[in-house]
Design a protein around this ligand. Structure first.
Ligand code: AMP
Ligand code: GLY
Length: 430
C-alpha cells in the first residue's frame, strides 16, 4: 500500500518514518516533506501543497491511506475533500477541526457539554473587552479566535498587557487569520498548575489514548521568553499519574468525543487536549488541537512498538465508525526525549538558508527528526524554517534520555542555532 503524509515538519517526519516501518507499506509520500524526508530512501517528497491538486494526485495514485499532520489543511477541509473522492484518510473533517480552529467554538462546546476549562467570555467589540478586563483584573489570558500560529495567546500578568493584546487581536493590522464573522477574542481566567499534552486517536466513537507527553512552550531555558510551537518534549509525562489519566479520560476526552457525536460532527483523527493539572491532580482543558503535537509526536512515536499503519487502518475502517476498540497499543517502557533546535530569530523572524551540519547517525535509540530543512540542488542540507530539527533519544529514564539527546546535539552546527538546555526539567523533579 502507498501512504500519503501531508505536512513537512518534525511531526510529519516522525509519522512518515514510523509508517514506513510497516510491512504492508510500499512507499510513504510526504507532501511537501523536508530535507530529512528527502534523504530517506523509503520516503518520497511530493511538492504539492494545493489541496485540490493533492486530492487529484492521491486519487490517481490510489493512495491507500492519507494522514494529515498540521491544522491548516484540516481547517481548510482536506479530509472532507479526500473522503468525497472515496479516499481513506485519518483526520477530522473541517467541521470537527473547529475544536482547534475556533477558540469560540471550542469554549462554547466545552461549556455546553460540561467539560472542565477556564471560565471565559468572547468579544468582538474592543470597548466591551476592555471593560471586562478592568472589571476582572489581572492575571488573565487573551486568545485570538482563529488559527494564529502561536501568536494568538497572551498570558497577561498586568492590565496593560491584556489591553494591548485586545488592541492587537481586534485591530486590522494584526495579521491574524480571522474566522467567518470577523475578529473575535476570548478572554479567560488564568489557570495555575502543570501542563501536559493528552493525545488520543478517535474513530468517530472509540478512543485510544497515546502515551502521555509534555511539551516546553517557552523559547528559553527556565520557561522564560515568548511562547513557541514547542521547544522540546518527552514521553511519558510523570505529572499524568494513573489517577490524572483516568480523570482526563472520564471528565474531558470521553465527554468531548461523545459530545461531538451527539452534535452531529463525530471526531475522527488525533485529538489533543492541552491540560492544566492543578496541585490536587484535577485536570482542566486549556485548548484542543485536532492533530498530533509537534514536537510531542517525535518522542511518542519513538516509543510506539505497534504497527502504526495497522492502527490507522483500524481507525478508518469503512462504516459508521472504526474499530479502535479492538486495538491495543504496545509501548517501549523507556523514556523518549526530544530537544528542538531552532533558527536564529525564532519565533519572530527566523533566519533561513544556513547549512545544517554535524548530524549524528540514526540509531535504534537516537534519531534526528527534521522540520525546517531542505536539500538544495547540490544535495546540501539547509535550514528553511523556525524549528529546524528535533534530536530525540530513548533511554531507561528521563535523565539518561536527556543526557543522550544533548550529547547527540553537541556535534550539530547551524549558524545562530538556539535550543533550550533544560528539556525534561519537570520530569526530573518528579
Ligand atoms: P493555547 O494555545 O490555548 O494552549 O495557549 C498557549 C499557552 O498559553 C498554553 O500552553 C499555556 O501555557 C498558556 N495558557 C493558555 N490558556 C491559559 C490559561 N487559561 N491559564 C494559564 N495559562 C494558559
Ligand atoms: N507542541 C504543541 C503543539 O503542537 O501545539
Amino acid at each position: 500500500m502507498n501512504v500519503l503524509v501531508v505536512g513537512g515538519w518534525g511531526r510529519e517526519h516522525a509519522l512518515a518514518w514510523k509508517l514506513a516501518q510497516s510491512a504492508r507499506v510500499q512507499k510513504v509520500f510526504v507532501a511537501p516533506g523536508n530535507g530529512g524526508t528527502a534523504r530517506d530512501s523509503r520516503l518520497e517528497n511530493l511538492p504539492i501543497t494545493d489541496l485540490n491538486a493533492l486530492t487529484e494526485w492521491a486519487q490517481a495514485q490510489r493512495i491507500g491511506l492519507t494522514v494529515v499532520g498540521p491544522e491548516a489543511p484540516l481547517a481548510l477541509g482536506l479530509v472532507d475533500l479526500l473522503r468525497s473522492k472515496g479516499l481513506r484518510v485519518f483526520g477530522p473533517t473541517q467541521a470537527a477541526a473547529q475544536l482547534e480552529s475556533s477558540k469560540a467554538f471550542s469554549k462554547a462546546f466545552m461549556q455546553r457539554h460540561g467539560i472542565p476549562t477556564a471560565r471565559h467570555q468572547t468579544f468582538s467589540q474592543a470597548d466591551a473587552a476592555h471593560a471586562h478586563i478592568d472589571a476582572h483584573g489581572a492575571p488573565l489570558v487573551v486568545k485570538a479566535d482563529g488559527l494564529a500560529a502561536g501568536k494568538g495567546v497572551v498570558v497577561a500578568n498586568t492590565l496593560a498587557e491584556a489591553h494591548a493584546a485586545v488592541d492587537f487581536m481586534l485591530g486590522d493590522t494584526a495579521g491574524l487569520q480571522h474566522n467567518a464573522g470577523g475578529a473575535r477574542v476570548v478572554i479567560e481566567d488564568f489557570l495555575e498548575g502543570e501542563e501536559a499534552s493528552f493525545i488520543v486517536l478517535c474513530d468517530g466513537r472509540n478512543v485510544l489514548p497515546l502515551a502521555t507527553s509534555q511539551d516546553h512552550k517557552r523559547l528559553l531555558s527556565g520557561d522564560l521568553g515568548p511562547n513557541t510551537g514547542g521547544m522540546g518534549a518527552y514521553s511519558p509525562a510523570p505529572v499524568v499519574t494513573p489517577e490524572v489519566h483516568a480523570r482526563a479520560m472520564r471528565e474531558i476526552i470521553l465527554p468531548t468525543v461523545r459530545g461531538m457525536e451527539k452534535d452531529g460532527i463525530p471526531f475522527t483523527g488525533f485529538l489533543y487536549a492541552g491540560l492544566m493539572i492543578d496541585a490536587s491532580g484535577h485536570p482542566k482543558t486549556l485548548e484542543f488541537n485536532c492533530r498530533l503535537g509537534d514536537p510531542e509526536t517525535q518522542p511518542i512515536l519513538m516509543r510506539l512498538k505497534s504497527d502504526l499503519l495497522e492502527v490507522l487502518l483500524a481507525a478508518t475502517e469503512p462504516g459508521p465508525h472504526g474499530r479502535l476498540d479492538q486495538v491495543e497499543l504496545q509501548w517501549d517502557r523507556r523514556t523518549a526525549l526530544g530537544v528542538v533546535v531552532a533558527a536564529q530569530g525564532y519565533p519572530q523572524a527566523p533566519r533561513r538558508g544556513d547549512p545544517v551540519e554535524g548530524l549524528p547517525p540514526d540509531a535504534d535509540d537516537a534519531r534526528v527528526f527534521h522540520a525546517g530543512t531542505l536539500l538544495d540542488a547540490d544535495g546540501r542540507l539547509l535550514s528553511s524554517g523556525g524549528r529546524i530539527l528535533c534530536v530525540t533519544a530513548l533511554a531507561d529514564n528521563v535523565r539518561q534520555a536527556q543526557q543522550r539527546a544533548y550529547d547527540l546535539l553537541a556535534g550539530i552546527r547551524i549558524d545562530g542555532m538556539q535550543y533550550r538546555r533544560d528539556i525534561g526539567h519537570r520530569a526530573t523533579r518528579h
